[in-house]
Design a binder for this molecule. Structure first.
Ligand SMILES: [Zn+2]
Length: 282
């Protein structure tokens, strides 16, 4: 299959090193997604850093996002060898670290994921959904949320779901139905990758996700008898009850998103922000 490329001049947001990289033209010809996130791995632009570049449909760079995780990947194996084994490390090799952040976010917060696969992709849907389930507590397992698509062209792609994650197996991300930073995912992945045993890595992810869900459960418990609660009050109560150091606003937003996506919008809407209230007055 011949593919034409567009040359993009990319600068590393960490060190400023600049290099031309080739992006398939098909990525830009898609009109429906707007900005595409392209993962730039270590050695593509500079030898030390990896990051995301935001590119619009005209091929103009709109911004960068840094990825702080540095990970040594085995380089002696071929792609094919790597794909046969399932592990976090291998999944990162295939989808890129940001792709994995996004897939974890989608799994935890109950968004459907569509992955446009190329011909070399060897995993099937069942396997990917099974791996996804391994990071969730048992009560949330068994729901199919990851779909693989064969698509010759992005413009023919017919996905009506605006609330879905859409990406491919070439480290391009076309649609993320959230606009939060992937700090939670980055944090738990960093911890997991410090462990050598590959099975333990998934278990550790599951533990960190379970911790968030515990906070969610306690939040819904606090909310059940109340009409509403202010964010700062809720933070104080959660921190005191669960004996954890103060929950920050980012964490609270994760709790809210989790409740909204997995439990009920109505319960999530009981959490009030003082800022929001103030803004609605003026
Ligand atoms: Zn750099």
């Amino acid at each position: 299959m011949s593919e034409s490329f567009k040359v993009l001049e990319v600068s590393c947001p960490f060190c400023g090193e600049t290099e031309n990289i080739n992006i398939p033209v098909a990525i830009f010809s898609q009109k429906k997604f707007g900005t595409v996130k392209i993962q730039v791995p270590v050695n593509a632009v500079c030898p030390e850093h990896q990051f995301i570049v935001f590119v619009d449909t005209k091929g103009v760079i709109r911004g960068y996002e840094k990825i702080d995780i540095q990970m040594a990947l085995a380089t002696t194996e071929t792609d094919r060898e790597v794909q046969r084994r399932i592990s976090l490390r291998n999944l990162i090799q295939i989808f890129g670290i940001y792709g994995i952040f996004s897939l974890i976010h989608a799994k935890v917060f109950n968004y459907t994921s569509y992955i446009i696969k190329n011909e070399n992709f060897e995993y099937n849907e069942e396997l990917l959904n099974m791996i996804g389930d391994m990071i969730l507590p048992e009560s949330r397992r068994g729901k199919k949320t990851i779909y693989l698509l064969d698509s010759p062209s992005l413009n023919k792609l017919n996905i009506k779901d605006k609330k879905a994650l859409i990406m491919d197996t070439q480290q391009h991300i076309f649609q993320t139905p959230w606009n939060v930073k992937m700090k939670f995912e980055e944090g738990i992945l960093k911890r997991a990758l410090e462990i050598i045993d590959e099975q333990d890595q998934l278990t550790l992810l599951q533990q960190d996700i379970r911790r968030l869900i515990n906070e969610v459960n306690h939040t819904t418990y606090i909310l059940q008898d109340r009409k509403d609660i202010y964010e700062d009050e809720l933070i104080e109560q959660l921190s005191k009850d669960l004996k954890i150091k103060a929950i920050n606003n980012y964490r609270l937003n994760l709790i809210k998103e989790y409740i909204r996506r997995n439990i009920s919008e109505e319960i999530a809407s009981k959490i009030k922000s003082r800022v929001g209230e103030f803004l609605s007055i003026i």
